[in-house]
Design a protein around this ligand. Sequence first.
Ligand SMILES: Cc1cc2nc3c(=O)[nH]c(=O)nc-3n(C[C@H](O)[C@H](O)[C@H](O)COP(=O)(O)O)c2cc1C
Length: 248
Amino acid sequence: MSEKDHPNDYLEMTKFRNLSPSGQQQGLTQPPLELPCDLRFPRLSLPASSEIDLEDISLRLAVEKRITRRDYAKKSLSLKELAYLLWISQGVKLVKEGKLTNRNVPSAGARHAFETYLAINTVEGLQPGLYRYLALTHELVALHHEPDFINRLKVACRNQEHVLSAAVTFIWVSVLDRMSWRYSERSYRYLFLDAGHVCQNLYLAAEQLHCGVCAIAAFDDDEVNNLLGLDGHRMFATYLASLGKQTG
Ligand SMILES: Cc1cc2nc3c(=O)[nH]c(=O)nc-3n(C[C@H](O)[C@H](O)[C@H](O)COP(=O)(O)O)c2cc1C
């Protein structure tokens, strides 16, 4: 069997017997590939990843340079840089028959069950606030510009100061149905594994842009979920990462 024809169906392959029947096994309709977006919110088309001039550093150098950085320069990120980082971490390469996406990161069964929310602080041309990335169309949608939002997010992240000085904090939100439709209870494992791939791509690409990243898992689940209006069960904040320009 070629990689192209791989069924992506680990349940069948591994015959887990202790799981509830998944939605797919019950013949239920597959959830959409992306959360719908209220048309009243303003949308912004993002520059293509090819539009950004990048320092071409080798993967080896990016890996060597990568560390967790929590001190950020007081410099803005350009919109092209932000667009590149979104593409790197969740960009869609292919939509197959409207049923699955292949992206720049791997995902169990190609479920790609994250929505990327962004707490934007200092990105050129963007008002600070909460945004969501629409990966299928490579757009940003502005959800709100509440003045105290970044500070509340910092508090929800157990007062981690780098959330305040970051140009942007990525918040990867799991849409459980998208994963559990195929994998039932085993979805939690796959969501957490998937999140690691996403954040690692961000860490490495940040080195190309002289940016730094700090992964964040020390946060209050309820507080972050409440801030984003998530129920904490079918949708929940899974992993965050602050990002800003490197100092020096
Ligand atoms: C799953 C995970 C969660 C993390 N959560 C936090 C966090 O909440 N706050 C923080 O300052 N660093 C966090 N980190 C960063 C680690 O502290 C850091 O990766 C570790 O100290 C090793 O340093 P290095 O990344 O520079 O190699 C997290 C890293 C991972 C992989």
